[in-house]
Design a protein around this ligand. Structure first.
Ligand code: PNS
Length: 165
């Protein structure tokens, strides 16, 4: 089958910080898309206190995916559907770790489709070794002095260490 345009997926989130679970989902996304845009929301729906600024997150995510030219990282404001339209993305990728993620994800997927008919969400499950992993737990463990080196890659770890002194 030939396609007249590349398949572009958008992978939105807070990524505060990017975990190995996020990275795993990005790499899996490349099996279903030609290009993946990691979209850092500067205003997330669920208000959380941020650890890294969006610019710091952008910088570190770019470093992690430096050698993967099919992955781009951008910051967005406002509605995901509007940003997706601007970038030419045809669908959104979200990671599903456990049943507990499902309700929130299902609601967002349905609402996004309500806002833009035909905008599909594809759910990908990370490797099971990351099923317990979340950015909020990484933040908490790091702030309390725990070792997060198994949960984030080296550029992220370096940034965490710098931030915590
Ligand atoms: O990593 P998160 O915090 O679970 O990601 C949530 C995110 C950023 C995907 C969601 O808050 C979002 O899409 N925000 C952009 C604003 C928007 O479009 N809101 C309506 C969602 S249905």
């Amino acid at each position: 089958m030939t396609r007249d345009r590349p398949v572009i997926a958008i992978y939105p989130g807070s990524f505060d910080p990017l975990t190995k679970g996020h990275e795993d989902v990005v790499r899996r996304s490349l099996c279903v898309a030609d290009q993946v845009i990691i979209a850092i929301a500067s205003s997330a729906t669920q208000v959380k206190e941020s650890f890294f600024s969006v610019d710091e997150r952008l910088e570190v995510i770019k470093e992690v995916f430096l050698s993967e030219e099919r992955v781009k990282c951008l910051i967005f404001q406002g509605l995901l559907v509007d940003f997706a339209r601007e970038t030419g993305a045809q669908f959104v990728i979200r990671g599903l770790r456990a049943v507990s993620d499902f309700e929130y994800e299902f609601q967002m997927a349905q609402m996004n489709r309500e806002l833009w008919d035909g905008f599909e969400t594809i759910f990908l499950t990370p490797d099971q070794s990351y099923s317990f992993l979340s950015a909020s737990l990484v933040r908490e463990i790091a702030i309390l002095g725990g070792d997060v080196s198994n949960f984030v890659s080296d550029p992220v770890l370096k940034k965490i260490k710098e931030a915590l002194g």
